[in-house]
Design a protein around this ligand. Structure first.
Ligand SMILES: Nc1ncnc2c1ncn2[C@@H]1O[C@H](COP(=O)(O)OP(=O)(O)OP(=O)(O)O)[C@@H](O)[C@H]1O
Ligand SMILES: [Mg+2]
Length: 246
């Protein structure tokens, strides 16, 4: 089986500083890949290159058989179907939870239509299914501004899901969450993996243990180790640079 995402010799320099250096990686269809590594390892920068936010200075990114290296973020999201949840607020505060998912489903250009037309039954069912997956169905009529920090993160995950991405990229999705919300997010991410391929970074090792299968460890822009979590956790170099204090 071919990889859904294939990264070859990927790197980027910021004014002489190499934030990501010659990374090679293959991620299979339907996989959950967790990327770990110390602060400044290059995890976010790696994701920025896959989603088109940062242009690589070398290497190639193949996704679903296409070379997407250096393409625009809008094209990567819309045409190639790579969705990303950013840190920071991306929700419409003064709209309901339901309306936020509805807008994401229709595309952000049609806010006016969302407010004036009723979606068809098929769309309503899809919105309902997403709301259930993100555990916000019971809160669908609440204003988004009334949600807790954790629930907002879930709403954002739902908005990414609504765009039907093949690959979903989540950068520290549990940041600022309670232990209980973090655990629920782990369950949600595992469920997502049925329909989507997932790349997720996290510092919370309980979360990593909960969701992980294969793990990639980045350190100073380089790929330090890769394998099943059980293997990677025993790797002396990984313990030295990252897991020591855990
Ligand atoms: N636009 C930029 N210009 C210059 N340096 C940058 C830029 N973006 C990132 N860096 C540097 O690249 C390195 C990698 O940063 P990155 O944010 O990718 O790390 P990370 O692994 O996501 O860390 P964290 O776990 O703290 O989120 C850091 O040293 C950072 O300061
Ligand atoms: Mg980061």
């Amino acid at each position: 089986m071919g990889a859904l995402l294939e990264i070859k010799d990927l790197g980027v320099d910021f004014g002489g500083f190499r934030a990501v250096d010659s990374v090679n990686m293959k991620i299979g269809d339907g996989e959950i890949r967790v990327i770990i590594g110390p602060n400044g390892a290059g995890k976010t920068t790696f994701m920025d290159m896959v989603t088109g936010k940062t242009r690589p200075t070398k290497g190639t990114i193949f996704f679903n058989g296409h070379n997407i290296t250096g393409k625009e973020p809008g094209e990567i999201a819309g045409k190639y179907k790579i969705g990303r949840k950013f840190q920071g607020p991306n929700i419409f505060e003064n709209m309901s939870v339901y309306q936020n998912i509805e807008i994401a489903l229709k595309g952000y250009t049609s806010i006016w239509h969302t407010l004036t037309y009723k979606p068809n039954t098929r769309k309503r069912e899809r919105i309902k299914a997403i709301l259930k997956k993100i555990k916000l169905y019971d809160m669908k009529d609440f204003m988004s501004s009334e949600l807790s920090h954790g629930q907002r993160q879930w709403l954002e995950i739902g908005m990414v899901m609504a765009q039907s991405p093949k690959l979903i990229i989540l950068d520290e999705p549990t940041a600022g969450m309670t232990a209980d919300e973090t655990h629920q997010t782990g369950e949600m991410v595992k469920e997502l993996a049925g329909e989507h391929t997932i790349i997720v970074t996290e510092h919370d090792m309980d979360f990593v243990r909960q969701v992980a299968n294969r793990v990639t460890v980045l350190h100073q822009g380089k790929l330090l180790a890769e394998g099943l979590l059980e293997e990677v956790e025993k790797n002396p170099e990984v313990i030295q640079v990252y897991l020591k204090e855990d």
